[in-house]
Design a protein around this ligand. Structure first.
Ligand code: C5P
Length: 225
C-alpha cells in the first residue's frame, strides 16, 4: 500500500515558556523536529511526508533536511486544522494510508511503528500507539470527586494510522461540527470508525514541559548508545 506521513509542527509551545517553539529545541546537536523527521524517513515504503509549519515560522527553512520526500504545508489554528491542511495537500499523491506523528515526539521507536503498521494493514483498520495508564487517576478540582478505574484507561500516543480518505472525511466533518479534536483518533471515534489500541512504549513522550525536555535529552542519549 501507498503510505504518507503528516507531522504537525505548527505549535508555538506556550507551555514551555520559551522564546522559540519546542520542536526547535536542541538535543545532541539536532533539533527535536530533525530527530523526529529522521525517524520518519527510516520507515519503509513511505512516499511523502508533509510537515505542517506555521507561516510565521522562521526556523524551518534553516533545518538540515535534504529529502525530496518532505514537503512543507501551512499550519492552522489548532493541531487538527494543521493536520487537515496537510491531508488536503497530500490528496494529489493518492495515499492509501496516513500516519500522523507529533513533531514533539522524537523518541518513537522503529519497532513500535512497525507493530502499528503491521496491525493496521493486516486488519484493514486504523489504530494508534497507546500506553496503559500507570497512575491512580482522580477526577476533581480542589478536592477529589472520586477515583477513575484505570483498567480501561490508555494514554493516546502517536503515530496514529488511518485509511487516508476516511481520516480526511472524519476530520472535515468533526471540524465542521465544532467537535473538540485533540488527536486523529477522536475524529474517527466521533464518526463511529474503529480505532485499534496498539500497546506502545511509554517513553514515547511528547515534549511539553521543561521536565519532558530534560527526560527527552537523557532518552535520546540512551537510544544513540
Ligand atoms: O500543543 P500540543 O503539544 O498538543 O501539540 C502537538 C503537536 O501538534 C506538536 O508537534 C505541535 O507542533 C503541533 N501543532 C500544530 N498546529 C497547531 C498546534 C499544534 O501542528 N495549531
Amino acid at each position: 500500500p501507498k503510505i504518507a506521513i503528516v507531522v504537525p509542527a505548527a505549535g508555538v509551545g506556550s507551555r514551555m515558556q520559551l522564546s522559540h517553539p519546542k520542536q526547535y529545541l536542541d538535543i545532541a546537536g539536532k533539533t527535536v523536529l530533525e530527530h523526529t523527521l529522521d525517524k520518519m524517513l527510516h520507515i519503509p515504503a513511505v512516499s511523502m511526508i508533509a510537515v505542517a509549519v506555521s507561516e510565521q515560522d522562521a526556523y524551518f527553512a534553516d533545518l538540515n533536511i535534504n529529502s525530496r520526500r518532505i514537503i512543507r504545508t501551512p499550519g492552522g489554528q489548532e493541531r487538527s486544522d494543521s493536520v487537515l491542511n496537510a491531508l488536503n495537500r497530500l490528496v494529489e499523491y493518492a495515499p492509501d494510508w496516513v500516519l500522523v506523528h507529533d513533531a514533539a515526539r522524537p523518541l518513537v521507536t522503529a519497532s513500535d511503528i512497525t507493530q502499528l503498521m503491521t496491525q493496521c494493514i493486516h486488519k484493514g483498520q486504523g489504530g494508534i500507539l497507546a500506553a496503559k495508564v500507570k497512575d491512580t487517576i482522580k477526577r476533581g478540582n480542589e478536592y477529589s470527586l472520586g477515583t477513575v478505574p484505570r483498567d480501561e484507561l490508555w494514554q493516546a500516543l502517536t503515530p496514529q494510522m488511518f485509511p487516508f480518505e476516511a481520516l480526511r472525511a472524519a476530520l472535515k466533518s468533526a471540524l465542521l461540527n465544532n467537535v473538540k479534536i485533540t488527536d486523529e483518533a477522536s475524529a474517527m471515534e466521533w464518526n463511529n470508525e474503529p480505532v485499534q489500541l496498539i500497546a506502545g512504549r511509554s517513553d514515547n513522550i511528547k515534549i511539553t514541559t521543561p521536565e519532558d525536555y530534560a527526560l527527552a535529552c537523557f532518552l535520546i542519549s540512551q537510544q544513540q548508545k
